[in-house]
Design a protein around this ligand. Sequence first.
Ligand code: ADP
Ligand code: MG
Length: 382
Amino acid sequence: MTLPQLADSAAAGLSQPATVIAAAPGRVNLIGEHIDYCDGFVMPFAIDRYIVIVAAPNDSKMAKLASDGLPDAIIDLSTPQDIGEPHWANYVRGVIDGFQKLGHTLPGFDAHIVSTVPGGAGLSSSAALECATATLLEGLLGLTLPKKQKALLCQKAEHEFAQVPCGIMDQFASVFGEENRIVMIDCQSEEPTLVPFENPSIAVIIANTNVHHQLTDGGYAIRRRHTEEALAKIGIASWRNVTLADVEAKWEELGDPVNRRARHIVTEIARTQAAALALEANDFTELGILMQASHVSLRDDFEVSCEELDLMVTIANDIGPRGGVLGARMTGGGFGGSTVTLCDSDQAESIMATMRMVYQQATGIEPEIFCSRPSRGAHLIR
Ligand code: ADP
Ligand code: MG
């Protein structure tokens, strides 16, 4: 579904004509995983899958929100925000809270939300929801926040209202994304650079495994804690300045698995820097090799992959360069979700068909597999 079609379908779900229509995309990360909270570099792009919110003022102090297939939410805009039910509306409450703390008084509104970003698939539907909400509020208030402030406000919403200690990648990709551009982010300076990615002979395949493993130990937060513990023991202020030799010198003291977590961070930062050079040189073979190595490190050292992600990556690897596959890896936080595969455009259709068929035969699960190109970030359609 195209973005205008999605906007039309959202508007059809509102009982009065929409005065504001906001859209924000999900993202896929080419390389640089779990290092956005470790002063690393990351290379996501905004995908052509969006969350669209349509709204109209309702002469009250309430925001009334509906999202297809989920319970409706009513949010009181005349008071400070708190975490509440339904759970999904916490992403919206968090963003409203951010605007209120900037001193803005929001008008009441009715809103309808539609989406083509699969939820919980590692493609950042949560950031898309936050960034679409922030864009909607900009539209309702008739103002525009600086992009960086907007992305950080959305990240804070995710921290405080969804209680996910995410880095800056997802919200930066959703806000700063542009057609044919990768949003290369220096997560130490929090500065994005738009890097051209427009070679028509290269395609990016996203494969949603359609599994999401709930970890009882809260896998993401524990990984984050391990990295903090490792950095403190290594005794260097920023991961940016830690070398593999520094990690190896403390290998026994760090102990398993923290030493392996640390090795992933320093090698992934190095791989992402190498990937940026490969991209600049149009060397997609090298980029693919770095993506493969990233997957191995995420699987073995950071341990955030799972059987289904490994299988999807193996299927792509088995097709190999002869069949047009340059590299494949898991993308996003892990424990399920999606893989990203770099390939020759000419062979993308047949690669996707093989991935679908072999994955489904092996698991009995129907995956969702599609090509995507770097697309426009969060914006007002009306
Ligand atoms: P990801 O960001 O990788 O998709 P998360 O677990 O971070 O996965 O975020 C998924 C959550 O975001 C959902 O559980 C839901 O609360 C919220 N969400 C995603 N899409 C929508 C939507 N269209 N409408 C309402 N809430 C949504
Ligand atoms: Mg998310």
